[in-house]
Design a protein around this ligand. Structure first.
Ligand code: LRH
Length: 475
């Protein structure tokens, strides 16, 4: 994405896009990092061909990393968090360090794939590792030769102390993560370095081009671009492969209730706290579509979504946060199994499957928005939806209905906007804080409003749907 920013102007131009997904290499799900790197360079070359590039910023999904040896060589392509290597590891680590202590230090949701658990599954590989670099930090290292850990993404590792804002050294020692592999932390807005001469030459850019640390966790960048008018009365949903549902705070919430609700306190840009829950996302829908296509069906997303709008609402709902929906595979079959287990009708057609996914997502959003409000003591008058899901009008309408408040949908490319906004501030733009950045987003990007009455479903319908899956959730 090329961003162009000036007073009253904030544009994005998509110059290059490529598909990305984990690949099964020798029985392990890994990211094709060499291809990601090559595609990233291809995109930068196209950007450079279009005019001067003042700076570069990288954000990506969280938690995954590459290990480098002492010569700076990558020890294998990063393993994808959806790989089964972490099965059972969380339980082992938690029994050793204690769940309450873990939460008091890191304030993090217990996702089985947190970096802490991935590292704990590495075994002797850690002996060979000199440095661990999260994916955006790894790509920035290849661009600049500089090693470091950007703070918003470091905060997702469960190895970061949310109060001292340093690595959780004691915890790392306790679980056998060597001190040396955790690099120095850097703040969003810092200049990481300039392009290595060879890279600059290959891209057609000057080697004075700075690479800026942005909110390198995609969700942190997306939250920067949520067009809040009053963040103290609003929740956000960053809706893409995952859905991150929460509120922005100045201080973490580390209460027992927050721990039990499994809420996370991730670090945001400008030392804010992203108090949120990671509640599954459109991954389940995209995997369902991928599976249908792999069996020869010609399925267009727009068609199944249009069909799903006419399906009887809330007929069957499932707990999309269940571990069964994490790995790649046949989502229709998993949904059928979950419906059977909870005594609900099994969706019979593709549109019924899609409707079940969207109803279930809206139900999960409702739960998380209510919890975010209750646990933070904040009222929620409006829910902002950003990311790919903001273009899904059926999902947005259902979300407004489920949450009982209006939804403001957009911008769709929130992460790219937040990324660019932090870069231009470093370059000198007068955007002193996220509020100023959000004012510019509001001025330049329209949102679509969905009323809570739009789907014609009352609170009682959502309550009843919740009851149907409550037993599977508590079990
Ligand atoms: C969203 C995201 C999310 C993480 C997950 C691994 O893209 O970064 O915030 O939990 O990917």
């Amino acid at each position: 994405m090329v961003g162009r920013v000036a007073p009253g102007r904030l544009d994005l131009e998509e110059v290059h896009r490529f598909p990305n997904g984990p690949e099964d290499l020798d029985g392990t799900l890994r990211w094709p990092i060499e291809r990601i790197w090559a595609e990233m360079l291809a995109g930068l070359r196209k950007a450079a061909a279009g005019g001067p590039v003042d700076a570069i910023g990288i954000d990506s999904w969280a938690v995954d990393y590459g290990l480098l040896d002492s010569s700076g060589t990558l020890l294998g392509a990063p393993v994808c968090y959806r790989d089964s290597r972490t099965d059972g590891i969380r339980e082992r680590v938690v029994s050793r360090v204690g769940e309450a202590d873990l939460y008091a230090t890191t304030g993090l949701q217990q996702l089985p794939f947190n970096t802490l658990y991935q590292l704990a599954s590495e075994g002797s590989m850690l002996d060979r590792a000199e440095t661990m670099l999260l994916v955006p930090d790894l790509l920035a290292y290849w661009l600049t030769g500089e090693v470091g850990a950007e703070r918003t993404n470091a905060s997702t590792t469960q190895l970061y102390d949310v109060r001292s804002r340093d690595w959780a050294w004691g915890l790392a020692g306790n679980v056998g993560v060597p001190r040396r592999i955790l690099p120095a932390l850097r703040d969003p807005g810092a200049v990481i370095g300039t392009l290595l001469p060879a890279v600059a030459a290959e891209l057609g850019l000057t080697d004075a081009t700075p690479v800026v640390a942005v909110g390198s966790h995609d969700t942190a960048s997306a939250v920067v671009a949520v067009p809040f008018t009053d963040r103290s009365r609003a929740a956000y949903i960053s809706s893409g492969t995952w859905s991150l549902v929460g509120v922005e705070l100045d201080e973490p919430v580390l209460s027992e209730a927050a721990r039990k609700a499994d809420f996370t306190n991730e670090g945001g840009v400008d030392a804010t706290i992203r108090f949120l829950r990671n509640v599954s996302g459109l991954w389940v829908l995209s995997e369902a579509v991928r599976t249908w296509r792999s069996r020869g069906a010609s399925v267009e997303l727009a068609d199944v979504l249009a069909g799903a709008a006419d399906v009887h609402p809330l007929r069957s709902v499932v707990d999309l946060e269940a571990p069964a929906f994490l790995p790649p595979g046949d989502m229709e079959a998993r949904i059928a199994a979950a419906c059977e287990a909870s005594g609900q009708p099994v969706p019979r057609s593709r549109t019924e499957v899609v409707r079940c996914i969207l109803d279930s997502l809206a139900l999960a959003y409702r739960r998380a928005v209510k919890q975010a409000a209750g646990l933070s003591g904040r009222p929620v008058d409006v829910v902002h939806v950003v990311g790919g899901g903001s273009q899904n009008s059926l999902l947005c309408g259902l979300t407004a209905s489920a949450c009982g408040v209006p939804v403001l949908a957009g911008p769709v490319e929130a992460a790219a906007l937040g990324n660019v906004l932090v870069q231009v501030r470093t370059l000198g733009a007068r955007l002193p804080d996220p509020a100023a950045m959000r004012a510019l987003v509001r001025q330049t990007h329209a949102v679509v409003r969905y009323e809570s009455s739009a789907a014609g479903l009352g609170t009682d319908r959502w309550d009843a749907a919740e009851t149907r899956i409550a037993s599977s959730r508590s079990g």
